[in-house]
Ligand binder design. Structure first.
Ligand code: DSN
Length: 422
């Protein structure tokens, strides 16, 4: 397969799409991507993800499929499963979920009946839509009781209160996991609560999957967790996909829930790219990469706070930060996202705990360091970027300043090529 030749063919047959791809390449190279759930994937992932495996149907699992011609799909999926088990120290892995939401849905549907209760984290305090927000289908089918972080205590969760709520509501699943919570979890506290009421423990570690794989954040399986879900495209640096990891006793019920319960044919091209990603994450360099993500996040957080930014939880223990831009600079989250976009610093608007404003006009932004770290940036670059950010947020109308920051940022980015693009 000649990737360049295929690209040239696209240029001729569909120039509109070709030009959009070239535009996105330029955007990703020239500016800095600080959205904490994004990353720059490996060249090998581009190749596998766009490979002949796109052509193949493979309903079922290795050795027991519903279609013929599975010699190579079985090799690929078995390797992905074995690598996932080794990397996350777990007994079983399902690598077929198409992405994060179906991965969580398949898990709920494996264990719950409509109306059953789940304890999950409130969205504005860091949880995810699929953790029970009323607008999600899951929030309508199951009874999600949502817990919050303790006000003014740097993100601590009040486990005495959680235990009380668990005893009152009798959840079938105690769920922890987050998309905008800048701390690590004490999984043993969640396990104590779940054991007290006979619930299953589930951790959605989508954001920090790579950091757990690299050994720089806690692994829920070390604390006896039953189920761990993770997407594969965030800190893990792979293709867009999801995995459900679990104890052996839940293997059958999880596999059946993914297929045929929720999904049809697995995307074997993605699964081959997941296998490649997991092999990369098993290498010693990946440990150092994840340690650098954390060092970069600390350096960025400290610079932002030193220059007047109010960060939720007053700092970070992982790869991300949530900034209350309204309290810091009198600028809403949407306005902050837009003004940073103007200088090619990409962040995302973000609700803060108990935000009085709605998600499309929230009080803050969310940012993180996986992409910058993948480009090879270190603490010095993070300090520079943090200073540029606060300068621009303090003076959003200053055109001269914005032009200067944009030029200097583009110069900096030239020294840090994007893997797979440059
Ligand atoms: N979209 C993901 C994130 O940005 O965290 C979660 O679904």
């Amino acid at each position: 397969m000649d990737y360049n030749k295929h690209f040239e063919l696209l240029k001729k047959t569909d120039p509109d799409i070709y030009n959009a791809l070239i535009g996105e390449e330029r955007r990703e190279k020239n500016g800095i991507e600080l959205i904490p759930s994004e990353n720059y994937t490996y060249p090998e992932v581009f190749v596998t993800n766009g490979s002949v495996l796109t052509n193949k149907y493979a309903e079922g699992y290795p050795g027991r499929r519903y279609y013929g011609g599975q010699k190579y799909t079985d090799i690929v999926e078995s390797l992905a499963i074995e690598r996932a088990k080794k990397l996350f120290k777990c007994e079983h892995a399902n690598v077929q979920p198409l992405s994060g939401s179906p991965m969580n849905q398949a898990t709920y549907l494996a264990f719950l009946k409509p109306g059953d209760t789940v304890l999950g984290m409130d969205l504005s305090h860091g949880g995810h839509l699929t953790h029970g927000h009323p607008v999600s289908h899951m929030g309508k089918i199951f009874n999600f009781v949502r817990y919050k972080t303790h006000p003014n205590e740097k993100g601590r969760i009040d486990f005495d209160e959680l235990m009380k709520v668990a005893k009152e509501t009798k959840p079938k699943i105690v769920l922890c996991g987050y998309t905008s919570y800048p701390r690590d979890y004490d999984y043993s506290d969640f396990k104590k609560v779940a054991d007290e009421v006979g619930a299953i423990t589930m951790a959605d570690v989508s954001h920090i999957g790579g950091l757990i794989a690299g050994g720089v954040m806690r692994n829920p399986f070390d604390y006896g967790f039953d189920i761990v879900t993770t997407t594969t495209h965030k800190s893990l640096r792979g293709p867009r996909g999801g995995m459900i990891l679990c104890k052996k006793e839940f293997a059958d019920i999880i596999d059946k829930s993914v297929f045929p319960g929720l999904q049809g044919g697995p995307h074997m091209n993605t699964i081959s790219a997941i296998a490649v990603t997991l092999e990369k994450a098993l290498q010693p360099e990946f440990k150092e990469y994840t340690a650098q993500i954390l060092r970069n996040a600390k350096a960025l957080a400290e610079t932002l706070m030193k220059n007047g930014a109010k960060l939720i939880t007053d700092g970070t223990d992982n790869h991300m930060m949530v900034m209350d831009t309204t309290a810091s600079f009198g600028l809403g989250g949407t306005e902050s996202e837009n003004v940073l976009d103007e200088v090619e610093i990409t962040t995302n608007k973000q609700v803060i705990p108990d935000d009085p404003n709605p998600p499309l006009r929230p009080s803050g932004i969310r940012l993180g360091t996986p992409c910058a770290t993948t480009r090879g940036m270190k603490e010095d670059e993070m300090k520079q970027i943090g200073k540029w950010m606060t300068d621009v947020l303090k003076s959003p109308e200053d055109k001269e300043l914005k032009a200067k920051v944009k030029t200097e940022l583009e110069e900096l980015c030239k020294d840090f090529p994007v893997p797979g693009i440059d």
